[in-house]
Design a protein around this ligand. Sequence first.
Ligand code: OSB
Ligand code: MG
Length: 369
Amino acid sequence: MRFDRVELRYLSLPMTRGFETSFSRTTRKDFLLLALSADGVTGYGECVADESPYYLPETIGTVHHVLRDFLVPLALARDFDHPRDLWAAMAPVRGHEMAKATLEMAAWELLARREGRPLHALLGGRGGTIAAGVSIGLQKDPQALVEEVAREVEAGYRRIKIKIKPGRDAALVEAVRARFPDVPLMVDANNAYTLADRALFESLDAQRLTMIEQPLGWDDFGDHAALQRALRTPICLDESIRSAAHARHALELGACRVVNVKVGRIGGFTEALALHELCVSRGVPLWCGGMVESGIGRLANVHLQTLPGFTLPGDTSAGARYFDEDLVDPPVTVSKAGAVAVPEGPGIGHEIVWDRVERATRWREAWTR
Ligand code: OSB
Ligand code: MG
C-alpha cells in the first residue's frame, strides 16, 4: 500500500447520557478520527484517547503530536505490503499505543475496503453474531443502579458490568445481587483501590462475580498478583495491559486470570491478534472492552470479537445508549437475545454518515505525500 493522504479530525459528539467512572464523568464524546488513503480508497480509525490523562497517560493532545510529528511522516515515507508492516515500522516510537492504533486500525480498514471484504475476514474472524455485554456507569444511588441493571437485562445483555469506587462498592453489588441473584455480573474499579482494600475484595468473593476488573494500580502487576492469590474471583486486567507481552507477564505472575482487550489501548489489530493467540494457546478467557466509541470504533470492536478466543461477552453495547446521532448507518443494535449482527459489507461494513461527521468536526488537519 502506498499511503498518499492522512486526515485527522477532532470530533465532539453530544451524548444521550453521562458516563461516570471512578476517574471521570463525561457528557460529550470528544475524539480523533483518522482517515488514511491509498490509490483512491480511504480507511478509518477511531482513536480511544480522551482530553484528559485519567484513564491512561495518552490524551488527544499527545496523540495529535505523535501522529503529526512521528507516525504520519513514517507512514507517508515508504510503501507497506500489509498493516502489520506499518506496525513494525512504528516500533521505534516507544509507547503511545493509542496514537499507533489510530493509524494502524485505519490501515486494516483501508485494506478491507480495497479488497471489498469485511474487516472480520481480514482478521481471521467469522460472520454471524457476537454476544453483547454492557458497562453501566456510576449512578446516583443503589436504587437507580438496580433500575438501570433491570433495563439492560430486559434489553437482552448477557453480562452486566458495573463501575465501583471507594465508598460506592459493596452496597452496589449487594443491591444488584438481591434483585438479580444469577445474572452474570462483574465490577470495574478503574484502579481506584490499593492492597489496603483487600478486605473489600475478599467480601466480594461471596457475590459470585464473573470477575473484578482492574482493582489496583493502572500499571501494576505485583499488587494484583498478591490480591489474586487471596481471591477465588478472577481478576481481569484492562489498563495494565498495553501489549501482548504485558498480558504474558501478567499471566505468568498470576496478576490476572482474564484479559480485557481494547485494540486502541494496545497499539492496533496486529497486536490484538498476537494477544488473542497468546490467550487461546493458554486457555485464558478473553473479551473485548469498549471506550464509549462512536459507531466507527464500535464496529471495529464487533469484527474483532468474531475471533474464536473471545469466549466472554464484551462491552459492546448499542450505539443508541450513548448517541442520538451516531456516525454510522445503520447504528450498532443489540437484539432481545443480546446479540450484535456482524456486518458483511467492506471494511467496518456500515455507511459513515458524513453530514453528522461534518457537524461534529471542530478542526481538521491533513498531510499528503
Ligand atoms: O474501563 O472499561 C473501562 C469507558 C471509558 C474508559 C474506560 C472504560 C470504559 C467502559 C465503557 O467501561 C465501555 C463502553 O461502553 O464502551
Ligand atoms: Mg475497564
